[in-house]
Design a protein around this ligand. Sequence first.
Ligand code: SF4
Length: 80
Amino acid sequence: MAIKLPTPGAVLRQVVDGARAIARDLTPATEAERERRIAICMQCPLVIRDERPRCGVCQCPIERKAAFLSQACPDNPPRW
Ligand code: SF4
């Protein structure tokens, strides 16, 4: 049974889609949006207030989570 390989065009599309997804994930939030998110998190009953505050749902550091546009609050419903 022959294995069907993807066409060069399909491979190129996957590479381009992957690069776009990485660029989207690394797009920084504006300073105002980052501050808005952090302010909400610091009022959230789920935040873990240790040396580096973390989200109590996903365990991500709040500073890092708030910094990227692609991130979202994991609570249901989301708080930001
Ligand atoms: S990301 Fe959402 S659930 Fe997590 S601490 Fe912030 S507001 Fe709370």
